[in-house]
Design a protein around this ligand. Sequence first.
Ligand code: XMP
Length: 511
Amino acid sequence: MEKVLILDFGGQYNQLIARRVRECNVYCEVHPYTMPIEAIKAYSPIGIIFTGGPGSVYEADSPQVDPAVFELGVPVLGICYGCQLLAHNLGGQVTPAQDDSAREYGKTETYYNVSSPIFKGLPEKGVSWMSHGDYMAKVPAGFQLTARSAACPNVAIADDTRRFYGVQFHPEVNHTEYGTQMIRNFLYEVCNARGDWTMADYKNTAIRQIREKVGSGKVLLALSGGVDSSVCAALLAEAIGSQLTCVFVDHGLMRLNEGDEVEQAFSKWSMNFIRVNAESRFLLKLAGETEPERKRKIIGEEFIRVFEEEAKKIGAVDYLAQGTIYPDVIESGAGTAAVIKSHHNVGGLPDYVDFKEIIEPLNMLFKDEVRQLGRELGLPEYLVSRQPFPGPGLAIRIIGDITKEKADTLRQADFIFREEIAKTEQDQCLSQYFAVLTNTRSVGVMGDGRTYDYTLALRAVTTDDFMTADWARIPYEVLDRISVRIVNEVRGINRIVYDITSKPPATVEWE
Ligand code: XMP
């Protein structure tokens, strides 16, 4: 399989670059810029991409690359900081932009030399997304200028002989028109890629590898009903059938019908499916608890306890499987981010279960690829395209203490919200949308009587990576229909509000 190497210099869009490359049917991996040259050689890439990053190449402690990378005969595309790194290393000069006009941020009208391979087939003018405060004062020998903007004569550089290319803007973000085409051009026009990365191939290879590895062994998987663990289960079920046991812990804080849907989806495989209905157990542990971090902790711990009890009944297994996906394992070129919330998933399980080895068959895939693989495996669309759902479930969408009654109220309201959104096909544009039961009660009037009921909040966001998110502009008519239906159909709610905060400063979930 042909592979592209993405060297990460700490930029914020680096995973997006990898997704774009894979969308072009070429496999790639993101590695920190510190990857040793021997490892780069061993990886044997058909092309290397240097990402953006917050540093300035002329500063002493800025992230650098081993200059031997330029001697490998492998094409390089430098993006933003990566472009400056190319220039800096190959005899050019990068300086802080002298005046404000040479610093560029945001959408910028850009003119391309379409005879350069990177810009082949593009219009001569387009909008590109810039974000740089440094300036290439001197372009290195052997390079040509291949794009310019009003503020900047040297937006892109190219050395066709050595196959080194640099762009100051970010082709990977949606704001750059024709950006994916530029990346495709790098892959196909410069690196001569064949495009051998497809999900059908991946599925067959993964199934073969799982069979070889597992042999006649037993595999255990904690199935949450989320996309990742569901696809992981389907892949393993296809590969090893009844050697697989999936334990699905229903903590009673799922969305309406979700538990049954998950069970139904897996009935076609001959694997062992254990559903543990643990609602009362979880509610008992959560009773009276109002503090968000404590709620998360209680659920995480109880989850492990239930799973452990089931695992004991099964006895020793050879492998514990996990639906870890690629974004969880990428080691960034930059430092780690601050922890805002202690996310619960099943990552903490291995200490508690008797097994020999762990297998993570999705750990090379991005989320959209996981969904594609799920489709290849014949999982129903409602499971595969399911929006993310937090491990602690509705517990972090019920503000204040949790009761079964509140959970039922929220489930009904959330279902109506989702149903109405699905009718409008808005769901295609929304990354996540759900209802939150606040602990605020207010006065209302229904019929001729006074009510004193809960306020429900609706939350809908659009995002690429959930690190930042924008609140969705759902049309007023749609919001109106949802509000009327919920207040009429769900007892205990007499007021609906719509959350119009982006992340940051808010987070997606309320707790
Ligand atoms: P926040 O609220 O941190 O959410 O902006 C970002 C994304 O993460 C999901 N989320 C979780 N997922 N366990 C999970 O598996 C958790 O504890 C958890 N908390 C938040 C959230 O739904 C959103 O998609």
